[in-house]
Ligand binder design. Structure first.
Ligand SMILES: Nc1ncnc2c1ncn2[C@@H]1O[C@H](COP(=O)(O)OP(=O)(O)OP(=O)(O)O)[C@@H](O)[C@H]1O
Ligand SMILES: O=C(O)C1=C[C@@H](O)[C@@H](O)[C@H](O)C1
Ligand SMILES: [Mg+2]
Length: 174
């Protein structure tokens, strides 16, 4: 039998991908990777600097590359950047993988992302409006690539892990 496919965690900024991903990996006893961390390690710069110095298209190209590598060689949980699933190449590569969409509503999401400047897409003059537009525009994309959708509002990370594990077990029996 081959290695199990990588379990992918997707969702908007603040949905909890980097928080829930490692907990899910621990729960399942498998390794964890985060594409944002892989990009930072590869570029030797933080994400805000890559956006500022190279622009978003260069960031997206690097993101697609590190995700392709991770999907090919990583057998565990992979959290991907909030905008990673917008790329057609990545969407195609996700085929055959369990993909968990961590959904978050506007109020909880805004509260979680705060005013951090680490998220270049939300660093403009009206981050709340930008965040609202981003959630609306991306919702259908997240839904189109996900095999599992989990609501994260008013739920602690440990409860979210339990919900994902239950859904993954159900998927396996189908
Ligand atoms: N279920 C939750 N309940 C309350 N707070 C949460 C929950 N999940 C994550 N958080 C908090 O929200 C913030 C953002 O979480 P996290 O960094 O995991 O989001 P992300 O989806 O990885 O975002 P990004 O796309 O920007 O990387 C963190 O401070 C984290 O502790
Ligand atoms: O939602 C997005 O487009 C992003 C989310 C983060 O995970 C980072 O990948 C980057 O800040 C872009
Ligand atoms: Mg993250």
């Amino acid at each position: 039998m081959g290695q199990p496919p990588c379990i992918v965690i997707a969702g908007p900024p603040g949905s909890g991908k980097s928080t829930v991903g490692p907990l899910l990996a621990e729960h399942l006893g498998v390794p964890f990777r985060d594409s944002d961390d892989d990009i930072v390690a590869r570029a030797g710069r933080v994400i805000a600097d890559i956006f500022a110095e190279d622009g978003e298209p260069a960031f997206r190209a690097l993101e697609e590359e590190v995700i392709a590598e991770a999907l090919a060689e990583h057998h565990g949980v992979l959290s991907v950047g909030g905008g990673a699933v917008l790329t057609e190449g990545t969407q195609k590569r996700l085929d055959g993988h369990p993909v968990v969409f961590l959904n978050v509503g506007f109020a909880a999401g805004v509260h979680r992302v705060g005013l951090s400047t680490a998220r270049p897409l939300l660093a403009g003059v009206n981050p709340r409006a930008t965040y609202r537009a981003l959630l609306e525009a991306r919702l259908p994309v997240y839904r189109s690539i996900a095999t599992i959708e989990v609501t994260t509002d008013h739920r602690a990370p440990a409860e979210i892990v339990e919900a994902i594990a239950r859904e993954l077990a159900l998927e396996e029996t189908q």
